[in-house]
Ligand binder design. Structure first.
Ligand SMILES: C[S@@+](CC[C@H](N)C(=O)[O-])C[C@H]1O[C@@H](n2cnc3c(N)ncnc32)[C@H](O)[C@@H]1O
Length: 314
């Protein structure tokens, strides 16, 4: 076996955390063209075929799994494809933050996870809220297509689609997409799948989420041994996980988890001695989206350290 590391070209991989949001897709592709999005591309077989068949369209693939992304990046490099870009993110976060309203010509998703158990329905992606978000990011006349093997999920999505600004078309389709999951179900004997096509007829306004400028804090005194941090649960959920302190560098690192809707950010807050004061801010090296929840985490650290001072006085 060849044990040498295999390098892949990260050219089509979009480091969205580091880019201004929403993303300027024309700039990312170096040209303008209809923008088409595949959610949960898996091994990317269909995305690659579509991109080869429509060279003047700009395709974006979104996945949460790195193994899938790596496979797609290899396929893109092998076949010299120039019109695919890849994002690693939850589709809900990507649509909220990375795509302006009315920017997409088409969105599709093949065999999305059906979460068949009732108690897991909350994890299903194509909920009413998500359909409304997809609507706002599509151009009028644009389409969202979902293909599923699961009748229960198909019916559930149809129910969710009420008042989402779409008209729906429902079809039965044979195995025509040639993806891993389609092959899996076909091999198990399923010959027909459910295809839902939602055409946007009315716009739903869901404004682009915006980054904020984070305010850092200064405190005159800090006692790392006595730090007691409390989380927060209103709007953004903020939890503090652990604190590390290096007395030689006079630097504390506090791990924070901030959850705002589908956006889940796990990062470090640093408290570092600078001259006669301590500075509280996000630690260097952590990629994050600056949000109100992140600001709340910084504020909570500031409040906890400031209350040490008043406790000492009292
Ligand atoms: C059942 S697989 C189908 C893969 C592929 N479309 C196929 O037909 O073979 C579902 C895929 O969606 C991805 N996925 C699940 N939830 C997602 C989300 N919220 N955002 C982006 N991708 C997601 C998973 O990582 C997985 O690769």
């Amino acid at each position: 076996m060849d044990a040498r590391p295999k390098y892949i070209s990260l050219g089509p991989f979009v480091p969205w955390l580091q880019l201004p949001k929403p993303i300027s897709w024309d700039q990312v592709f170096g040209r303008s063209g209809p923008l088409i999005l595949e959610i949960g591309f898996g091994r990317g077989e269909y995305l690659v075929r579509q991109a080869l068949e429509s060279p003047s369209d700009n395709f974006v693939g979104i996945e949460i799994g790195w193994i899938s992304i790596r496979k797609l990046l290899r396929a893109i490099a092998r076949q010299g494809i120039e019109n695919i870009r890849v994002i690693q993110a939850d589709a809900r976060v990507a649509l909220e933050w990375l795509f302006p309203q009315r920017s997409l010509a088409m969105i599709y998703s093949l065999f999305p996870c059906p979460w068949p158990k009732k108690r897991h329905h909350k994890h299903r992606l194509f909920s009413r809220d998500f359909l409304r978000l997809a609507n706002s990011r599509l151009q009028v006349g644009g389409e969202l297509m979902v293909v599923t093997d699961h009748q229960g999920y198909f019916q559930w999505i149809l129910e969710q689609s009420q008042r989402t600004g779409f008209i729906s078309r429902v079809e039965r389709t044979g195995p025509i997409f040639e993806t891993k999951y389609e092959k899996k179900w076909t091999e198990l004997g399923q010959r027909e799948f459910f295809q839902l096509v939602f055409k946007k007829v009315e716009h739903i306004d869901i404004p682009q989420r915006e980054e904020i400028s984070l305010n850092t804090h200064k405190v005159p005194e800090f006692c790392p041994d006595k730090l007691t941090l409390k989380g927060h649960k209103d709007g953004a959920v903020v939890e503090f996980k652990e604190t590390l302190y290096d007395p030689d560098r006079q630097k504390a690192m506090i791990r924070a988890l901030v959850v705002e809707g589908a956006l889940r950010q796990d990062f470090w807050v640093q408290v570092v001695k600078r001259g006669d004061h301590w500075l509280i801010g996000p630690a260097k090296g952590c990629s994050l989206v600056p949000t109100l929840g992140v600001q709340k985490a910084l504020d909570l650290v500031f409040e906890a350290i400031s209350s040490q001072k008043s406790q000492k006085r009292g």
